[in-house]
Design a protein around this ligand. Structure first.
Ligand SMILES: *[C@@H]1O[C@H](CO)[C@@H](O)[C@H](O)[C@H]1NC(C)=O
Ligand SMILES: *[C@@H]1O[C@H](CO)[C@@H](O)[C@H](O)[C@H]1NC(C)=O
Ligand SMILES: *[C@@H]1O[C@H](CO)[C@@H](O)[C@H](O)[C@H]1NC(C)=O
Length: 424
C-alpha cells in the first residue's frame, strides 16, 4: 500500500516536472551529497546486509569455443538496491523525482566475473551512471561482454548438449554485507535473437555462499546449449558415409584395369583428411574422447580392410589356372552360387532367383555369371567342379565383398548415429 502511494506521489511529482528548474536539481544534488560518504554501506542497521537485486538480459551469444572451452556473450545487467540517504521530498525541489548521477558519487556493489576466460573483468564500471529515485531506489544498468570459461563435453558431438556455468561475485563483500538476489530464476531472453550454431534450451540462475573468503557469495548463471547438428551432418557425417560406400565400389572395378589400389588409397586418404578436420575443430580431450573420433578410426580400419581384401583377391585372380583350386574352395563356391540362385539348380535361361534374396547381390551375381561365360550352372557334378577357376572364385569374392562392405558401411553409420542419439 505504502508503495502504491509512493508511486502515485511519484507520478504526481512527475507532472510537476515542468516546474523544476536547474536550481532545483542543483540544490538537490548538493543537499544529497553534502553529508554522503560513498564508503558507507546503505544499511540503516549496519549488521544487516544490503539487498542487491540483479536481472540479466541476454543480448547475444557471440561464440562458444569448444576447443578453448570458452563461452562469450553480451548481456545487460539491471542492478537495483536501496539507499536510504538518497531520499528526498520531490515537492521541495520543484517536482524533481529522479536524478542521473555518476556511479562513483554513490555507494555501489562491485561485481566481478569470477569465471573469466581472459583477464579480470569487472561488470560495474566506474565511469557509468546510475539513476536515483526520490524514494532512495537506485537503478544501475550496465552492458557487458562476458568471456567465461566453460566445461566442454563433446562426447556426443554433433548431438551434444553443453552446460556452461558462469559465475559472479560482489567484490570485497560477504553475504553478511551484501545479499545478492535474483529477480527471476532465469535470464531474460526477450532481446535474444538466437544463434546459428546453438539452441539455447534453458538458463538458470542461483546464488550460493561459498565457505572460502569468509562467506563469499557467488551467483551462478547456467546456460544449457544444444548444438544444431545440421552443419556437422552435412559436412562430415554424410560425406564419410558416401566415402565408405564409394570405397566398396572398388570391388566392381575390373581387376585388369590396374586402378584398384590407387582408388582404395585415395579413399583412405580422403577419410584421413576428414579425421584431421574433425580433430582440429574439437578439443583434444581424452576425458571423454568424442565418439566421432572412434567412428573415424573405425572408418579408417574399414578402409584398410578393403585394401587388404583387394590385394588378396587380386592374388587369387592372378593365380595360374594350372594350380588346382582346393576342394574346399570349390564347394564353397558352388554352395554360394546355388544359394544365390535360390538353392535350386538353374539353367541360365530361366533365372529362378527368389524374391527374398538381396536384389543387388543377385543381379550382380547373375551379370558376373554371364560375364564369366559359364554355360550351365546346374548340378553339382564333377564336370562343373572342374570348371571352377581361380578367376571365377575371385569374381565371386568381389561381389561378396562389395555387398558385405556396403552393408557394413551402413551398419556402422546407423549404429553410430543411434548411440549418439541415445546418449545425448
Ligand atoms: C537542504 O537540506 C537542508 C537540511 O539538510 C534543508 O534545511 C534545506 O531546506 C535543504 N534544501 C532545500 C532546497 O530543500
Ligand atoms: C532483504 O531481503 C530479505 C529476503 O527477501 C528480506 O527478508 C529483508 O527484509 C530484506 N532486507 C532489506 C533491508 O530490505
Ligand atoms: C553449475 O552451478 C550450479 C550451481 O547453481 C552447480 O550446482 C553445478 O554443479 C555447476 N555445474 C558445473 C558443471 O560446474
Amino acid at each position: 500500500m505504502a508503495l502504491i502511494i509512493m508511486v502515485l506521489l511519484g507520478l504526481l511529482a512527475c507532472d510537476a516536472v515542468g516546474a523544476a528548474t536547474i536550481y532545483d536539481t542543483h540544490y538537490l544534488l548538493s543537499n544529497l551529497t553534502k553529508d554522503y560518504n560513498v564508503n558507507v554501506r546503505p544499511a540503516v542497521e549496519q549488521l544487516l546486509p544490503v539487498n542487491v537485486s540483479i536481472q540479466m538480459y541476454l543480448k547475444s551469444i557471440m561464440e562458444f569455443d569448444e576447443r578453448q572451452g570458452t563461452l562469450s556473450y553480451t548481456v545487460g545487467f539491471e542492478i537495483t538496491w536501496k539507499d536510504y540517504r538518497l531520499m528526498w521530498n520531490s515537492y521541495l525541489y520543484g517536482g524533481v523525482w529522479y536524478l542521473n548521477v555518476p556511479l562513483t558519487m554513490i555507494w555501489f556493489p562491485e561485481l566481478l566475473l569470477s569465471s573469466p576466460a581472459t583477464s579480470r573483468s569487472y561488470i560495474t564500471q566506474s565511469w557509468s551512471k546510475a539513476r536515483i529515485y526520490y524514494d532512495g531506489f537506485v537503478l544501475y544498468v550496465e552492458g557487458a561482454l562476458i568471456e567465461s570459461t566453460c566445461e566442454v563435453n563433446v562426447k556426443y558431438y554433433p548431438f551434444d548438449v553443453q552446460s556452461c556455468n558462469t559465475s559472479f561475485i560482489s567484490l570485497g563483500y560477504t553475504y553478511k554485507d551484501v545479499n545478492l538476489m535474483w529477480v527471476k530464476e532465469s535470464i531474460d531472453i526477450t532481446l535474444y535473437p538466437g544463434n546459428s550454431m546453438w539452441d539455447l534450451e534453458s538458463t538458470s540462475v542461483s546464488v550460493q555462499t561459498v565457505a572460502t573468503g569468509g562467506g563469499q557469495q557467488e551467483m551462478f548463471v547456467t546456460f544449457n546449449l544444444r548444438r544444431k547438428p545440421g552443419y556437422a551432418i552435412v559436412n562430415v557425417l554424410l560425406p564419410i558415409l558416401f566415402l565408405g560406400i564409394l570405397n566398396a565400389f572398388v570391388f566392381l572395378l575390373i581387376p585388369e584395369s590396374g586402378e584398384r589400389i590407387g582408388y582404395c588409397i585415395t579413399t583412405l586418404l580422403a577419410i584421413a583428411v576428414y579425421m584431421t578436420i574433425i580433430m582440429s575443430s574439437l578439443p583434444q580431450s581424452s576425458d571423454p574422447t568424442p565418439l566421432i573420433n572412434y567412428k573415424l578410426l573405425i572408418d579408417l580400419v574399414y578402409s584398410a580392410l578393403i585394401i587388404v581384401a583387394v590385394i588378396l583377391n587380386m592374388r587369387l585372380n592372378g593365380k595360374d589356372d594350372d594350380v588346382p583350386v582346393p576342394k574346399i574352395l570349390v564347394s564353397f563356391y558352388l554352395a554360394l552360387m546355388c544359394r544365390a540362385c535360390g538353392g535350386k539348380p538353374v539353367r541360365p535361361a530361366s533365372n529362378g532367383f527368389t524374391a527374398d534374396q538381396n536384389a543387388t547381390s543377385s543381379n550382380e551375381s547373375s551379370s558376373k555369371l554371364q560375364e564369366s561365360d559359364i554355360p550351365d550352372y546346374s548340378p553339382v557334378n564333377s564336370v562343373d567342379a572342374q570348371k571352377v577357376t581361380w578367376k571365377k572364385i575371385s569374381s565371386l569374392l568381389d561381389i561378396s565383398f562389395f555387398v558385405l562392405f556396403v552393408f557394413l558401411s551402413f551398419l556402422i553409420f546407423v549404429v553410430f548415429i543411434s548411440i549418439l542419439k541415445s546418449g545425448s
